[in-house]
Design a protein around this ligand. Structure first.
Ligand code: CUK
Ligand code: CUA
Length: 867
């Protein structure tokens, strides 16, 4: 491994591959490249993206999950998928839609009383402070059922869904204003705002587009629907939006693609929508002052209330100089405001140009009331020519834009759908700089914080619609393809293809990893969907079953490795609620819970309380169990729900006669169990002594493990008491069971304690040289650990002190590893072979690896006291 890295480094430094190969010993890399048909470039790309075990990424990507109604989270540059988050769709792993707390969130998304269990997610957005991503909240739209969802980036869970009461579809959302005051959501397919039928012939009069301004409270991360409002717009089919920032803060921009107000009608012999909607050479960029509009909602005369939400009529917005139109090339798609808010770049799908509008020019036209005309609804139109900074021919089908780190010099990237390319160009000096081919038909592209006030550069991800020949076939429905492109050099460099197996992600947003600080546990008893303490919070000792008429409520706890209670009996027809509290504090100790056949599931991360509820309408015996492999005794983490029919008489079964243990046998088993516990405890005490002597409390990660271990250990005295009580009562059978329980707690303590010890050794030992670290890796990966355990005699001798055992020991050890056979007749080795009944095998290590292993042995000897 180490040698490969040094070779790769020289590769990256530009040494020719052949020369490197020749000088490298072993030629392992060359062999792999040959076998896998990799080029030098492939290997460089691999080195730029490969993230070794335990390695972390620089950016986190939140990608819409398209028709899955979810959000997908992955890292850059590794492109490792980290999580799928249920948003508009039930997601069983997280219990989303299967426990009561999350169902409440999902059901907030009901439309006119109807349950909707899918969504078409397009545009995720991260909350902003001064136009810069702050890593606190995430919003995303559902185009199919006009809704916005809010996720908390503390725990990556969906917390709120709001339904747009007047739109019938929404596409141009979600976009935060620069201090997350509002989330913009533009409609798409125009429709009547009320819920009544209106004939299509009255399209111009009764169908409407609009923009909803969702008031966002960034302290609690929730939309306040009462303080939100809608701006009525003509039925032009509003498309994407963006909030102004910097110079244009307070304003918003929204595209449209049907200024023709065409209404289709293939079935009555009319040309289809696609023909009618693209007849005009231009459509309209909507420009509106949201700050002004927000103040208008303070006065009742400025709005109407439709379906419970305030709607500002166009005429009111126009009268208050808050709404304008500017022609833009036909059928535009993306509108993207520059980091300083001075430029607004619009790309038209059917126009080969990008149009760069200049805010100062627009502002001047508005100030001077210089209008080129009015649209049929009386909205002032600003001259396109006078608003433009300029236009650049980019290629076929430009869609979306992202800014680069050098945006001040004009660096911008645009996706070309038809050409299947990403183009790098200069929006200030209006020239094309570079193009790279992608595979194929790119929609959005995702820069690193590329649409914030502070773009980070480095990478662009191309979100391709088609994958065609890029991946192994999986039937007619292909995955989508996210391609990672290195933009740090002068030329763009395509690094990696990542198959997306979830849905069609339209947009993704990237944020620097260091801005995110997610929690590892909840405060004990938290309902994660509300952030408040659950009324079902149950601590150890409070477990109980409460019956009120037909309602049975079980207050249960989960902790390695049991669910308490373990038996619950109810009557057929009872409404059963299980409140479940995970008592763990240890990181990553999640338990799951399900009752077989009842379609419920909860994921209980440490500290969480969630509940499942169902009508026990099936008679019978239903196991319930923990669904996460949480511990060695996970399979035992179960119980029974027994549902009996109160109107039935059950005949009791004949009891089987089984041989029971004699008193003497029981006593012997009891003594044996106690002895095992005493011995196990001695091991634990030695670990504790080591931890204390080496001041574990100084290292937070070690300390957290020790706290968890002691937590388990602390449960032993109570069990011991019960055991002793059983002995006194003469019930040795029960006493053995309690002693076994003590042993379980000891095993859990030791499990975590030893992990803590290993971690602590690394912290207090002298620092490993690079060579010693490489040696430890080689030792591990070379399989040496199969026979040798440092500090212990295992199936081979302990290697602590191996460098003291022989004359000229370093050389001796080196030769022995490289050619063990040569020393089989050395009297010392012969003795070892006889003792262990094993011969040291030849592991075919390179000289460099062996040198490193010797360095590792030196490090072991320096720290021999720790093993
Ligand atoms: S949209 Cu799909 S490629 Cu919904 Cu932002 Cu442009
Ligand atoms: Cu808890 Cu498995």
């Amino acid at each position: 491994m180490a040698t490969n890295i040094s070779r790769l480094t020289s590769l990256l430094l530009g040494t020719s591959l052949a020369a490197t190969m020749a000088s490298a010993n072993g030629g392992e890399l060359e062999k792999v490249m040959k076998a896998r048909g990799l080029t030098e470039n492939d290997v460089i790309h691999a080195a730029k993206t490969y993230t070794p075990s335990g390695g972390r990424d620089e950016f986190m990507i939140f990608s819409s999950g398209g028709q899955s109604g979810q959000i997908m989270v992955y890292g850059v540059p590794s492109m490792k998928i980290l999580k799928y988050i249920g948003v508009f769709t039930p997601e069983p792993w997280q219990g989303y839609g299967y426990d009561e707390e999350s169902k409440k969130v999902l059901r907030e998304g009901n439309i006119r009383g109807r349950e909707i269990n899918w969504g078409d997610t397009h545009h995720p957005a991260i909350s902003e402070t001064n136009g810069v991503y702050d890593g606190k909240w995430l919003a995303i739209n559902d185009k199919a059922n006009p809704r916005i969802a809010i996720l908390d980036l503390n725990d990556f869970e969906t917390k709120q869904i709001v339904v747009n009461p007047v739109f019938k579809s929404d596409h141009g959302g979600a976009f935060f204003t620069p201090n997350s005051e509002y989330i913009l959501e533009a409609s798409q397919y125009a429709a009547p705002f009320d819920n009544n039928y209106h004939p299509i012939e009255e399209y111009k009069e009764t169908y409407r587009g609009g923009i909803t301004f969702w008031k966002f409270n960034d302290k609690i991360g929730r939309i306040n629907q009462k303080k939100s409002f809608v701006l009525e717009l003509p039925p032009y089919m509003q498309d994407l939006s963006d909030a102004g920032k910097g110079a244009s803060n307070g304003w918003g921009f929204t595209n449209s693609f049907n200024s023709e107000m065409y209404t289709g009608g293939i079935e009555v012999g009319m040309p289809p929508f696609e023909a009618g909607c693209s007849r005009n050479d231009t459509d309209f960029l909507h420009v509106y002052n949201w700050k002004k509009l927000a103040t208008l909602t303070k006065n009742k005369k400025n709005y109407k209330v439709i379906n419970g939400i305030k709607v500002i009529p166009m005429s009111v917005a126009v009268a208050n100089n808050a709404l304008f139109l500017i022609p833009e090339p036909k059928s535009p798609h993306g509108v993207d405001v520059s980091p300083d808010g001075e430029y607004i770049v619009v790309c038209g799908k059917l126009d080969t140009h990008a149009s760069v509008y200049k805010w100062s020019k627009i502002q001047k036209l508005i100030k001077d009331h210089k209008y080129a005309g009015k649209d049929p609804y009386g909205i002032p139109i600003l001259s396109m020519k006078d608003s433009l900074h300029g236009q650049v021919e980019l290629g076929l089908g430009p869609l979306h834009n992202q800014y680069g780190k050098h945006w001040k010099d004009g660096e911008i990237y645009t996706s070309l759908y038809v050409d299947s390319q990403i183009v790098k160009w200069d929006y200030k000096h209006l020239k094309v700089l570079d193009k790279v081919n992608v595979h194929y038909n790119v929609g959005h592209l995702c820069g690193m914080e590329g649409k914030s006030a502070d773009p980070q550069g480095k990478y662009i991800i191309s979100l391709n619609k088609l994958a065609i020949d890029r991946f192994d076939p999986v039937g007619p429905l292909h995955p989508q393809n996210h391609q990672l492109i290195d933009i740090s050099g002068k030329k763009m460099d395509l690094l990696y293809d990542m198959a997306i197996p979830l849905g069609e992600p339209h947009q993704a947003v990237a944020i620097r990893m260091s801005k995110l600080h997610p929690e590892v546990r909840y405060k004990m008893g938290t309902n994660s969907r509300t952030g408040k303490i659950s009324k079902g919070k149950t601590l150890a000792g409070q477990e109980r079953v409460v019956r009120k008429g037909h309602n049975v409520t079980v207050y249960a706890t989960l902790v390695r490795s049991h669910i308490n209670p373990e038996r619950v009996t109810v009557n057929k027809g009872d409404i059963v609620t299980f409140y479940l509290t995970n008592l763990e504090r240890a990181e990553d100790e999640t338990h799951g819970f399900t009752v077989d056949n009842y379609d419920v599931h909860a994921s209980l991360e440490p500290g969480k309380t969630a509940s499942v509820k169902f009508k026990a309408d099936l008679e019978g015996v239903f196991p319930y169990y923990c669904t996460e492999f949480c511990s060695a005794l996970h399979l035992e983490m179960m119980g029974y729900l027994m549902v009996k029919d109160p109107n039935k008489k059950y005949v009791s079964a004949q009891k089987l006669k089984m041989k029971t243990m004699s008193k003497a046998e029981l006593k012997a088993e009891y003594d044996k169990t106690v002895a095992v516990n005493t011995a196990t405890d001695a091991v634990i005490q030695s670990v504790v002594k080591f931890l204390k002597a080496n001041h574990y409390e100084k290292y937070p990660t070690v300390k957290a493990l020790v706290v968890d271990a002691l937590d388990q250990y602390g449960k032993i005295p109570a069990q011991k008491k019960l055991s002793d009580k059983a002995v006194k009562a003469g019930d040795l059978e029960k006493a053995v069971l309690f002693e076994n329980m003590i042993w379980q707690y000891m095993v859990k303590t030791a499990d975590v304690g030893i992990r803590a010890k290993n971690l602590l050794v690394k912290k207090v030992a002298t620092k490993q040289s690079a060579a010693a670290a490489a040696g430890e890796r080689a030792f591990g990966e070379g399989g040496c650990g199969g026979c040798h355990v440092i500090g212990k005699v295992s199936s081979g001798p302990d290697l602590t002190g191996v460098l003291q055992r022989h004359e000229n020991a370093e050389k001796w050890v080196r030769n022995f590893i490289l050619n063990p056979k040569s020393k089989y007749h050395d009297p010392y080795v012969e003795g070892m072979i006889n003792y262990f009944n094993l011969r040291m095998p030849n592991q075919h290590m390179t000289k460099e690896e062996v040198n490193n292993i010797v360095e590792y042995f030196k490090w072991v000897d320096e720290n021999a006291n720790l093993f």
